[in-house]
Design a protein around this ligand. Structure first.
Ligand code: ZN
Length: 749
């Protein structure tokens, strides 16, 4: 899918039981418990509170006992009243907020420039220049007539310019194959192996080159073994190759025949089979997703040793060409360290290349470009690509053009769009409020650490130091509010009027050249890996920071008009989740400075590992509904880090809420909500947590997510963490051994 899929939530960078027909839940319980507390002075009656209360009640299914199935209790009606739109694979509050953000962005991009406060004329001019760039990019994307009038020509021209077919006979030779790989890399469409620039794992101050496997057409090895997926994938590849490379579809047939060396003679059936065969082999040597963060798989090389070990590429030539193509001084020499993620993959590549003919390599390279850039040409020619959205995500139709274009603007110029987005929705008060909240989360974590059953004094002390050292970033990077710096950020990114395709090509090349510029430079700890518009958050172990874009700091997760218990239950738990990542099975490998090092005592590590088993088993027993009604078990190992973060986040969020009550009493809004007075504030904290994760998803996405994503599916995230929470059981007075209060609880943080 070529637009942002918002189901991937809260990265590391990165069940429900049946509803009982006779309500077991004694509704009177809450009435009784809360009766004497009914006090109208303590109930918030502002329009915002009334609306919030209505929303919460609208989503709940109070017929169900929260101790039996809390997800159904808190989200049952959300799932019943909401339908997944045809152009989406999932619906949830994350999706709802994303739509709100898209609407704000649409207003900006379709509106007039509003100016900037307290600025000089020069600043004003630069700011307006950035705004115009955004509009030019957006308008080019929105002009479908213009895109249609160009047919497939922009993509054909690009293939022509890359001379992939023309040079096919050179791919037998190391230098020819090297040149091809380098060229595709700078168009951000690498084949065979990928290249990235990231912080040195063992010295968190420098940016280094990493080589690793690259993305394939299908998301994982399992898909290449499923007949239906492979049949559909064949349809996609063959359809696109035929659409783009077959000159019969193009008026200027002679020109194309010449260009592709008589492309009408090429057997697209055979080429499609050989591409899939090659991808299948690559999928078989790829490192499985559950080892994504296995840092023992990273080995250090230099150019000389790379050449000795993996001689199918001329590595000095590769780097020279890559840097040369984007006119950057090559900072790589013989001694430069290169980190290889998964050397076994690169060894395997050696054998695969030996048995792959140049026709296959050529078609594979063409397909890689077509599958990336095919989205940006006239829809008449890219229909086969849409089959993928249906296969992997169950998506039936394209999103509204404006939504698609806003996502493209966000991908290409997200910091610039963020500058105007922040102006509209995120003020200093929001930042200050979020900072206060996060402060309580951090303090709670520090208080919890020494009490954790598995930790010893020495590890505990260092863990607390790590909490103190973690940098927190809230809302947006400050530089975007400085017109000169923001202008500088996009220097060299050329945007052309009425030419969406060229703008997307320029965007890819610009992104790659920016990355290349970082090689061998000090790590920039102020850098953000997500744009301000993003409804997501992340922890980056190597930068030792936690990041919360303005896009997620929105109602209903976070609002100045929300009572505290609602904010803590939603955004507070999310903040706790990111902070917990610093101590999950992957994050714990990094010290307070972001350096990969073993700072834990052996006994703490042993105890920690033992406890993780409980989570692997607990989550591994949950199932999700896949296609054809098949049940798929959650991969407890793949999702371990995220599940730990969910559990730690929930515990921390609750503690932080309690902590907030004891501080600045006058400033805290802890009033109850009209219509919800039968629930205590503690109960509403958990209802708010549950409702942040309400949602339903298409079975196709459930399969894709189960096989490849380290996040569990929403209902499991809620049920899993709450079943381990004693505080939750206490708040809802769940009887021991009721489904939501099992005797066996996994506990880590
Ligand atoms: Zn996470």
């Amino acid at each position: 899918m070529n637009f942002k899929n918002i189901h991937i939530i809260l990265s590391f960078i990165s069940l429900s039981l049946m509803v009982s027909s006779s309500p077991i839940f004694d509704g009177g319980l809450y009435g009784k418990a809360m009766k004497n507390k009914e006090d109208n002075d303590d109930v918030c009656s502002t329009p915002e509170c009334v609306a919030t209360s209505e929303r919460i009640l609208k989503y709940m299914n109070e017929e169900v006992d929260p101790c039996v199935d809390f997800y159904e209790f808190t989200c049952g009606n959300y799932m019943r009243i909401n339908t997944i739109p045809d152009d989406q694979s999932v619906i949830s509050p994350f999706y709802d907020i994303n739509i709100d953000n898209i609407n704000v962005a649409r207003g900006i991009l379709e509106g007039e420039y509003k100016g900037i406060n307290n600025s000089t004329l020069e600043q004003q001019n630069l700011d307006e220049k950035t705004f115009k760039k955004l509009k030019t990019f957006y308008n080019g994307c929105m002009d479908e007539q213009n895109i249609k009038s160009k047919d497939k020509k922009p993509l054909v021209d690009l293939l022509n310019q890359l001379e992939i077919y023309k040079n096919k006979d050179t791919y037998k030779d190391v230098n020819g194959l090297t040149a091809l790989n380098a060229k595709l890399m700078i168009y951000n469409a690498p084949i065979l192996f990928g290249f990235s620039v990231q912080t040195d794992l063992w010295d968190s101050n420098n940016e280094m080159i990493y080589l690793g496997q690259t993305k394939l057409g299908l998301p994982s090895k399992e898909y290449y073994e499923q007949e239906e997926a492979v049949t559909k994938y064949k349809e996609i590849i063959k359809g696109m190759l035929t659409n783009i490379l077959n000159d019969e579809n193009q008026d200027s047939g002679n020109f194309l025949t010449k260009l592709f060396g008589g492309s009408n003679e090429r057997d697209f059936d055979k080429l499609t089979d050989s591409i899939i065969e090659l991808e299948k082999k690559l999928a078989n040597i790829a490192i499985p997703p559950e080892k994504k963060f296995d840092f023992s798989l990273v080995s250090k090389f230099n150019i000389k040793s790379l050449n000795e070990k993996f001689p199918y590429i001329n590595w000095p030539l590769y780097f020279e060409t890559v840097f040369g193509l984007v006119n950057i001084k090559n900072t790589v020499d013989e001694s430069t360290l290169i980190f290889v993620y998964g050397p076994t993959y690169f060894e395997g590549l050696n054998n695969i290349l030996k048995e792959t003919d140049v026709e296959t390599l050529t078609a594979y390279a063409e397909w890689t470009i077509i599958s990336k850039y095919g989205y940006y040409i006239s829809n008449e020619f890219n229909k086969p690509l849409k089959i993928m959205d249906k296969l992997l995500y169950g998506i039936e139709s394209d999103p509204a053009r404006s939504e698609y274009c806003i996502n493209m603007v966000d991908t290409s110029m997200g910091m610039a769009l963020g500058r105007f987005f922040v102006d509209e929705v995120f003020n200093n008060n929001s930042r200050e409020m979020a900072e206060n909240l996060l402060e309580n989360i951090r303090e709670s974590m520090k208080e919890r650490i020494p009490k954790m059953s598995w930790i010893d004094k020495q590890t505990s002390k260092l863990a607390i130091e790590k909490v103190d050292a973690i940098i927190q970033k809230i809302g947006y990077p400050d530089f975007i509010m400085d017109p000169a710096k923001l202008d500088e950020e996009y220097k060299g990114f050329e945007i052309v009027n009425n030419d969406f395709f060229t703008n997307m090509v320029n965007s890819s090349k610009f992104i790659v050249s920016k990355i290349l510029k970082e090689v061998n430079n000090p790590t920039d700890r102020t850098k953000w890996l997500m744009t301000p518009l993003t409804v997501n958050a992340y922890y980056s172990p190597m930068s030792s920071d936690i990041n919360f874009p303005a896009g997620i700091l929105r109602n209903p997760f976070f609002s100045s008009t929300n009572p505290n218990y609602l904010n803590y239950g939603a955004i507070g738990v999310i903040m706790g989740h990111e902070l917990t990542h610093a101590f999950d099975n992957d994050g714990k490998e990094f010290d307070k400075n972001g350096k990969l090092s073993n700072w834990w005592t052996n006994s703490a590590t042993e105890e920690f590992n033992k406890l993780t088993q409980c989570f692997v088993e607990q989550y591994g027993n949950y199932t999700v509904d896949g296609t054809d009604g098949k049940k798929i078990n959650v991969n407890g190992k793949l999702t371990l880090g995220e599940n730990l973060a969910d559990n730690g986040g929930l515990a921390c969020g609750y503690d932080a809420y309690k902590r907030s009550l004891s501080k600045n009493k006058n400033k805290n809004n802890n009033q109850r909500l009209p219509g919800l007075t039968k629930y205590s504030q503690d109960q509403l904290f958990y209802i708010s947590f549950g409702q942040a994760w309400c949602g339903k998803l298409r079975p196709e996405l459930a399969v894709t997510q189960s096989l490849t994503d380290e996040h569990s599916i929403n209902n499991i995230r809620v049920i899993g963490a709450l079943s381990n929470s004693k505080e939750f059981a206490k708040a809802f007075k769940c009887k021991p051994n009721s489904p939501m209060n099992p005797e066996k609880k996994c506990s880590m943080y």
